[in-house]
Design a protein around this ligand. Structure first.
Ligand code: NI
Ligand code: MN
Length: 226
């Protein structure tokens, strides 16, 4: 499985021969200025919630690639209203098997509205199984006891968790989240993009180390084989 980091909470994951893009926020992210969104391949675009820093580039990339947008019902309705018809709506707790693997939409504790202020449904995370691996993409969330339900149903091999605090979990809570989901390899997201969420990288990595866990902080543009 190949993972490419596009900054903030945006990752491309190559799984089951397909390219899945999560939460594209690139053209408005000064840290991602070297990423060319017209070169990003996407068969699917997963959107965790309606905030601008998770979907600002979704329609542009979906329009060019005709990627299927996967998100909660209201997100897919919104995409449809904006002329994108290749959408797969889900809701919290539901499973669906796609051509690359199986997805469960899981709960996130956050808020969700579109940039124009309209309702975007509930925020969500995704558990994705394919290529003999299972991973959790939490989206923006606080630490929540609901995470303990995830390993009741899934063996999580690695997880994308926010660590920047202020809008989401901080590093300390993300370590606890990793324990809740029984996962030893976390890829950090939602840090450094804005002044509110800058973190000390060494301290974050050490905090996970002390708990016997690995925190990977990818460089924007970097590809990871996992
Ligand atoms: Ni958000
Ligand atoms: Mn966010």
């Amino acid at each position: 499985m190949k993972i490419k980091y596009y900054g903030h909470s945006c990752f491309g994951v190559h799984i089951g021969g397909k390219n899945i893009l999560f939460d594209p926020f690139i053209t408005h992210n000064p840290l991602a200025k070297d990423i060319d969104i017209t070169a990003i391949e996407a068969d699917y675009i997963f959107l965790s919630h309606g905030h601008q820093d998770h979907m600002a580039d979704a329609l542009a990339i979906a329009g060019r690639t005709n990627a299927m947008i996967v998100g909660i019902w209201e997100i897919c309705e919104w995409a449809g209203r904006h002329g994108h018809t290749n959408n797969h709506p889900m809701n919290i707790g539901g499973f669906w098997t796609f051509d690359f693997g199986t997805v469960q939409m899981v709960k996130a504790v956050h808020s969700s509205s579109f940039p124009d202020g309209t309702y975007a449904g509930q925020p969500a995370g995704f558990v994705i199984s394919g290529d003999e691996k299972t991973f959790y993409y939490s989206g923006d969330t606080a630490l929540t006891l609901d995470m303990q339900l995830i390993p009741e149903r899934h063996n999580i091999n690695f997880a994308f968790l926010p660590i920047g605090s202020n809008f989401t979990m901080d590093v300390t809570d993300a370590v606890t989240a990793a324990k809740f989901i029984r996962c030893n390899h976390i890829i950090g997201m939602h840090y450094d993009t804005f002044g509110y969420i800058t973190i000390d990288h060494n301290e974050a990595v050490n905090r996970f180390n002390q708990a016997g866990k690995l925190l990977t902080l990818m460089t924007i543009g970097q590809t990871l084989d996992i």
